[in-house]
Design a protein around this ligand. Sequence first.
Ligand code: IMP
Ligand code: MG
Length: 176
Amino acid sequence: MSGLLEPVITAEELARRTAQLGAEISERYRGQDLLVVGVLKGAFMFLADLVRHISIPAHVDFVRVSSYGADVKPGELKFVQDLDSPCKGRHVLVVEDIVDTGNSMSMLLAELSQRGAASVRLCALIDKVERRKTQVTVDFPGFRLAKGFLVGYGLDFAEDYRCLPGVYELIQQEGP
Ligand code: IMP
Ligand code: MG
C-alpha cells in the first residue's frame, strides 16, 4: 500500500490561524490560572506553535491517552502518561490535534473536570464535526473539515508523516 499526499492546509495558513487562536485564548483567560494540556503525540507541533502566541502566563503539561486496544474496555480511557500537575481550581485548556468521533476527548474532559478543574475547555487544530459520535464542544477550533485521513503537522499514519510542515490528506493507493 502506498500513499498520495494532497495538500489541505499550508504552513502559512497554519501559522496565521495559530496566531489568531493564541490571541483569542489570551483574551479569554486573562487574569486566570491557565494550565495548557497537550495531548501527545499528535498535538506536539500545534501546541508548540500555539503557546508562542499565548501572551499571558501559562503552565504547560502533557497527557497521552488511549481509548482503544486490547487492555482498554470500550468507553474507558487509559492514561498512557498522566499529568504531572494538579488540575484542582485551575483553568485547564486541552490542546488536541483532531477531534473525530469525540470519544476520547469526551472522556478526557470529563476526567479533568472530575479532578476539580475550575474550567475545562478544548482547543483542537482540526474539528471533524460531521464524524462526531459523542457530543464534544470544541471551544477553540482551528479548522473545521468534513472528512479524509489527514497527516502532517504532528498528525501521523503509523508514525509516518508527523514532521511535515503542512497538513495533507493521505490518499491510499493499492500497490501494483
Ligand atoms: P476520536 O475523536 O476519539 O475518534 O479520536 C480522535 C483521535 O484519532 C485523534 O486525536 C487522532 O489521534 C486520531 N485521528 C482521527 N482522525 C485522524 C486523521 O485524519 N489523521 C490522523 N489521526 C487521526
Ligand atoms: Mg490524538
